[in-house]
Every structure is written in C-alpha cells, then in structure tokens.
Design a protein around this ligand. Sequence first.
Ligand code: ZN
Length: 440
Amino acid sequence: MEKKESRPLPHELERMPSKERQKHLEERMREIIAYAYEKAPAVRERFDNAGVKPADIRTIKDLGKIPMVTKDDLIALQKADPPFGGYLAVPMDSLERIYQSPGPIYDPQRKRGFGTGGGMGPDFGKGQIVMNTWSYHVTPAGLGVDQLLRSMGFTVVPMGTGNTELQVQIMRDLKVHGFVGTPSFLKIIIDKAEEKGYNFKKDFNLKWAMVSGEMGGEPLRKLFQDKYGIFCMGGDAYATADVGTVATGCDKQSGMHITADAIVEIVDPVTGEQLGTGEEGEVVVTPFDEVYPLIRFGTGDLSMFVDEPCGCGRTTPRLTKILGRSGEAVRVRGMFVHPKQTDEVIARFPEIRCYQLVVTRPQHRDEMVLIVELADKHLEPIRLGTSKAEISLPVEREKLKNALDKTFRDVCKVKFDRMEFVYSGYIREDDKHIIDRRKY
Ligand SMILES: [Zn+2]
C-alpha cells in the first residue's frame, strides 16, 4: 500500500479537531479497503456477495453496507480455508509469528502489533524496568505488549504468567518500576510479598501499573493507588487478539480513547445499524492492517462512545468500559440488559432463590417480565398446620416488588413491565437468566 508522506502522526491525529481527523481516517479507510479487496480473497468474496464495490465505501457511514465478520465467522472461515480463512493479505513466508487465540482462531502477527504507545516518543520509558506478565506463549498478548513497551524505550522483564514467588523476587531484586498485566494478578503478587513479611510500599519500587483485561477492575485500581501509591496508567486498555489495540485510557481515567489506527464503530448487534454517541452497542473494528485486514470485525463486546472533551488534550472519542458480551445481552427498548446486571440486582435480595427475565414483543413493543422464585423460608404458608417459623417469615410481596423495581431501574437503566412469583421448582438450576422470546 502506498504511503502518503504528509500523513499525520498518531499523537497529532489524536489531538486534531474531529472533522479534520475524520477526513484522514476515511482516507486511510478507503486505502485499506481497496488494498484488502485486492489482496485478501475473503474480503473480496464478502464484498461481492453483498454486491458492494470498494468504490462504494467513501465514508465511515458507508461501512454499514459491508457485513460484519464475527468471531464465529472467522472460526468457520479458517476451518474451510486454513489457516487464516482468506484474510491474509501478504505471503505466508513473510510472517514472523503466528498465534492462536481461543476459538480456536489463528492470528498472524499484525503489522501494527499492539499499537503505537499513543504517539509517545521512543525515549518515553528510558531507564525504567517493566515486568510484563501477559502470557508469552501462543497468544499474542505477551509478545505484542513486549514489542510496544520496547518501542517506547522501556526495559522489559518478560515474566509471563504464574510463578508468583519468582515475580515477587524479581520485582524486588530489579527494583521494577512498572507492572503490566491484570489487576487481579498484581494483587496476588502484592499479597504474596506481604505474606513474606515485606512492607510493599517501602520495600518495593513499583511506581505504576498498566492493568487491564478484566471487567470491574476499578476497586483494585483504587486500592493500588490509595494504599500502595502505584499510579494506574491509562485507567484501562481494550485490545483483542484479532485486531490489536482498540482503545486506551489516559491519566484522566474517564474512558478509553479509540486508536487513530483503526475505524471503530458501535453498532446494533442485531440489525448491524451504526449507533450514535451515548448508545450502547457492539464494538466493530476495521484496523489499518496490511497483514491481516479484517474489515468490520465484530468483537462481540458491548460498549458506548462518549464524546465530551477530555482533560488530557486528546480529541478522539472514548469508549466507556466494556459493558458485556453481545451474545448474552438483550436489547430492550434501546438499552442492553446483560445477565451480569440482572444477577447484580437479584444478589441484593436474599429472599429470592432464583429468577428469570423473559422478554417478549406483543404489539411491537418490547415487554420484560421478571419471574422470581422465593427462597423456601420466605414462602407463604399455604396449608394449616404449618410451623410457626414459616408463618412468621413470608415477605411482603408488594414491598419486595417495589424495591426490586427501583434497584432494577438503577442498575439496568430500563424498567421491567411486570413481576410474577412462581412456585418453587419452576425455574431450573441451569436455565438461562435472560430469555428472549421476541419474534420480529
Ligand atoms: Zn483523555
């Protein structure tokens, strides 16, 4: 692919007015699409099947004309045409590495690796030792992040996962400055150090951590910062094995800035329609990648754009945290309801043994019915001779319903229509918590 000499650098792109950036991004998008159509047979086939020519795609909006490729599609494509399902756009013998991620899906090492460090210079990390605890085996995380850190000037200790004792020893011996990995693993290392009698804050030199890869890492991040004085860089980062880095946080910790090295869309996972700022949907990524040009890769992850200005000076839109997986969530009246959320609601009511949320669509309007089964001791006595203990415990159903209604609205941002109590045993242990019975 031919490069234009005047192309702005990533950190310039991240700070320019959004109209201007969009012009550059769309130019690169047209280039990668023309290139992928020519070099990657799978891309050509998908375009032809949809009756779309590369020239039809001029703007980000036009991207909607191309069908998404999902993880499941990739698995099937790779089975039919191994190993890369027709998406490899360079000769096989030019690849430096091949990874495998769960699926299984084979990933050729991408040209863009895990990003550019947000345009930070090559001396940014000079003189600092970083422990990289992402796995170096088979999956792209370890080596990808390793490459990124070295390009920023850091000295990397390629720790990989596990072996907590050794992690503690090396972290102390080498006076390691930075940690990269999951928040829960850093917590395990700190706990181990304390267990060995160290005062982590005094005896170690850990100044910052770039922790990601888990949902709900905020409480740990706060603990690292408040208790141990470890600055948590960037708040979070979001990357996938298939498309590399999608978004990275900044020190304002108010969401993750999308990369300037890809087109990122938020779409309705059912209809595929592009959604606007503040609407929850699936993250769809078109990386500017000449090795493995996945055009419109549907990550299956749910998130939302925020577009308010950020204190760090970048003007790129941000993603909120990843809100769940699209396969498990249902979209009801414009909002996604995820089993994680409904579980959270129900967990606050010990008097409920199990529940199900059933979504239907009578008269073209989504309807949600919450079905609950009370824990045995809260059941109302139904026959004479019931023991005293049982009589004294029945819950006030109306009160419970009102409390549930409020909590549900708080957590899920949408209201259920009805609530029904069912007899004990109606809901089976392995039943799904959210059932979508809508027919369109
Ligand atoms: Zn920012």
